[in-house]
Structures are given as C-alpha cells and as structure tokens.
Design a protein around this ligand. Structure first.
Ligand SMILES: Nc1ncnc2c1ncn2[C@@H]1O[C@H](COP(=O)(O)OP(=O)(O)OP(=O)(O)O)[C@@H](O)[C@H]1O
Ligand SMILES: [Mg+2]
Length: 390
C-alpha cells in the first residue's frame, strides 16, 4: 500500500539515534540544524517533507526555520500565530496530532508556497523541553500515508525531543548574536549623533558667539582711537550690548551640553563637587552614601541643573552667610527623592519676578515628573525644594 516503506516500530531507534547524535554534536548553526532535522526525520520515517517551526520568544508566534528542500527557501518568511494552523495548535496544546485528511481538518491553514496539496497525510509533533516547554513543532508530510502511523508518531516525538535542547540553544545563540549586532549598531548611531551634535554646536559657537566677539572687538578698537569722547562712549555702549548678547549665547549653548561631571563621577559626587565649587557662602552638604533607586541619565541631568541654578542664585542674589544642599530618598512604597537648597539670605523680592533661572528650574522639574517649590520671605532666606516621585 505504501510506495516507500517507512522504517517503523521501536527497533528503528538505533540507526536513527546515531544519526541524531551525530547531528547534535556537529551542527550548531540554527538554519543548518533545522535543515538537518528535516532531512533526518524524512529519511528516518520515510516521509516526503518535514517543516521545522520554532516558537519565537515571547511565545506568541512560530516561524519556519528549516525544511526539506526546496521548501527551506521559505525559511524566515512563514510565520504562524500560536494557536493558528496545525503547527500553531500543536504548539499550544503541547501534544502531537495525526491529520489523515487536512482538507477536512478545520485547524489546517493552506499556504500555497509550502505545497500542501502535494501531500495527503500529516503528523505534527511538538519539540518538548523539561517543564512542558515547547521549543518548536515538526510538521511531517507523506504523499502516501505510513503503514503504522502510531509507531511513526511515537518515533517522531522521540526525535523531536532529542533535538529540542539543541534547537533551543542554537536559537538563543542566534538571538544573542543579533542583539550584540544591534547594540553595536546602536553604539555607532549614538557616536554619529554625538558627532553631528558637536558639529552643530561648533557651528553655533562660530556663527553666534564668534561673530559677536569679533564685532565687540571691532567696536572696542574704534573706541580706543575716538574722534571725540561721545563717539567713544557710543562705541563702548555698542560693545557692551554685544557682550551681553554673547553672554546669553554662551548660556544657551552651555545649557544644551550635558555636564561632564555626571559622566565622570555620577550624581552624588557631582553635587558634592558643585557645592564645593561655590565661592561664598560655604555650602553645607548632606548626601546619602548611595541612592536606592537608579535614576535615568536625563533625570540626573535635571536634578544637577536645578541644584546648580539654585546655588548660583544663592551666590549671586541672596547675600546669605550660610547655605546648605541636602538630598535624600523617602523609602518605598511612596519613594520620593528630595533635593533641598536653603540659604539664610535676603529672600526673593516678590516684585523681582522670575528670571530665566527660576523658570528653567521649574521646567526641568516638570519634564522629569517632579514638583519644585520655592519658599521665601524677605529677610528670612530662601528654600528651594524638589520632590521627585521614584
Ligand atoms: N536665593 C535667592 N535669594 C535672593 N534672591 C533670589 C534668590 N534666587 C533668586 N532670587 C531673585 O529672583 C530673581 C530671579 O532669579 P532667576 O534665577 O530666575 O534669574 P537670574 O538669576 O536673575 O538670571 P539667570 O538665572 O537667568 O542668570 C533674581 O534676579 C533674584 O532677584
Ligand atoms: Mg539665576
């Protein structure tokens, strides 16, 4: 009844086992391993084709990773949702099935490129790992049904499980290699972006600050040899305006750059060094040894910038004899990071309004989902308090 008699029964195990062990010990690459599995399986059970489907993490899909030629050319192009088609069903049910007539089986999904119409009989088995984990599915097809499908199915299950560990390992290695490549590409694109940013900043400095300083020099030159004192004053006045614009330009350029100290030292030592660098008044520092919560880099920058501006204001405007910088974390479950900068100076005059510094601090706080409060009273100092939910 069968054209090519498949080897059947438990005693076909030895030759097959040897071939499987040979393949397991010699083939490591996933594509090659999958094709080897397909060939071994078809030869061993006298089938016509075998498709090897891999369960892709996170276990929602199966992808074709190998097959008997010429169907292996569709590797990487055929995907099935777990639960979809016979292979998808087997991956979900974690049990082998025999499908004597796929056209009558509602689970079957016809894919023209895999030539389902050429094969009458199908056995599908899961590749099982311990703890009931399915690594993949073997779909094995015959033109002429095998004489003892029960025995063939048992044999296939045995082979599928033997290969499961190797297929899983090869897939993991491939994933790792792909991630490593992606990481490399990411690093390159970060470096490219940095290079672009540097060019942009260099251009900004050249066209903005550079031009302003040149013009300033030109006007100061003119003031050095004046026709009369009035025109000298005028020239110096223009030069002063230009210098003010240059200072604004420097500020905006600097604010776009990340403080290097955070890269070199991290947030806490960065804050220490910032406080130590303040000329007057001295800043008393209270910082924890380390932070419980790792902060994203953008958050670190914002916290550092806020401390920097608050301390600069203390130095520039407060007339304080004493100031302090404190940082601490409230414990979970409602973990909050606090940064408080206090001075005993004059307090903020209400009519002075907010300059760029105060506005910038608030904006930065908002961007990282934090709250910034400023408590101040004339003659009683100022306290800037940042609260960042973690
Ligand atoms: N700690 C402080 N003590 C007293 N006055 C302060 C303090 N911080 C801010 N001020 C007052 O609030 C004003 C606004 O501060 P803000 O930081 O916004 O601007 P600025 O420091 O004047 O300029 P910029 O920060 O843009 O260089 C200041 O000009 C100052 O009068
Ligand atoms: Mg300021």
């Amino acid at each position: 009844m069968t054209a090519s008699m498949p080897p059947e029964g438990e005693n076909l195990g030895h030759d097959l086992l040897r071939s499987v062990l040979d393949a397991i010990s010699s083939v490591t690459e996933l594509d090659a391993l999958a094709d080897t599995v397909a060939k071994l399986v078809t030869d061993a059970v006298g089938a016509d084709v075998c498709f090897v489907h891999l369960v892709e993490e996170p276990s929602t899909h199966l992808g074709l990773i190998g097959a008997t030629p010429p169907y292996n050319q569709h590797r990487g192009k055929i995907r099935l949702a777990v639960g979809d088609g016979i292979a998808g069903w087997v991956a979900q049910a974690k049990t082998a099935v025999m499908v004597p007539d796929k056209w009558k089986d509602t689970r079957y999904r016809y894919m023209p490129e895999l030539g389902g119409e050429n094969f009458a009989y199908l056995i599908s088995v899961p590749m099982m790992r311990p703890q009931n984990k399915v690594v993949g599915v073997l779909n094995v097809h015959w033109k002429v049904p095998p004489a003892d499908p029960e025995a063939v199915m048992r044999e296939l299950q045995y082979v599928a499980n033997l290969f499961a560990a190797n297929v899983e390992l090869a897939a993991l290695v491939e994933t790792l290699e792909r991630r490593e490549k992606e990481l490399e590409q990411f690093a390159t694109s970060v470096i490219d972006a940095q290079e672009l940013e540097r060019k942009r900043i260099a251009g900004d400095i050249h066209d903005g600050l550079g031009q302003l300083l040149h013009s300033t020099l030109y006007h100061l030159d003119a003031a050095t040899y004046p026709e009369d004192l009035v025109s000298a004053r005028e020239e110096i006045g223009v030069a002063k305006d230009l210098l003010e614009r240059a200072i604004a330009e420097v500020k905006s350029t600097i604010s776009r750059l990340r403080p290097r100290i955070l890269d070199d030292l991290g947030l806490l030592p960065g804050l220490s060094s910032l406080a130590a660098s303040m000329a007057r008044p001295d800043v008393a520092i209270e910082l924890p040894e380390a932070l419980e919560h790792q902060l994203p880099s953008s958050t670190e920058i914002a916290v550092y910038r806020i401390a920097q501006e608050a301390l600069a204001n203390v130095q520039k405007h407060s007339g304080a004899t004493w100031s302090s910088l404190k940082l601490w974390e409230d414990p979970a479950p409602d973990a909050v990071l606090h940064l408080v900068i206090t001075d005993d100076g004059d307090g903020i005059e209400p009519e002075r309004g907010e300059g760029l510094g105060l506005v910038g601090m608030k904006e930065r706080a908002e961007l990282i989902g934090a709250k910034l409060d400023i408590y101040t009273r004339r003659g009683h100092g100022t306290r800037v308090h940042l609260r960042l939910p973690l």
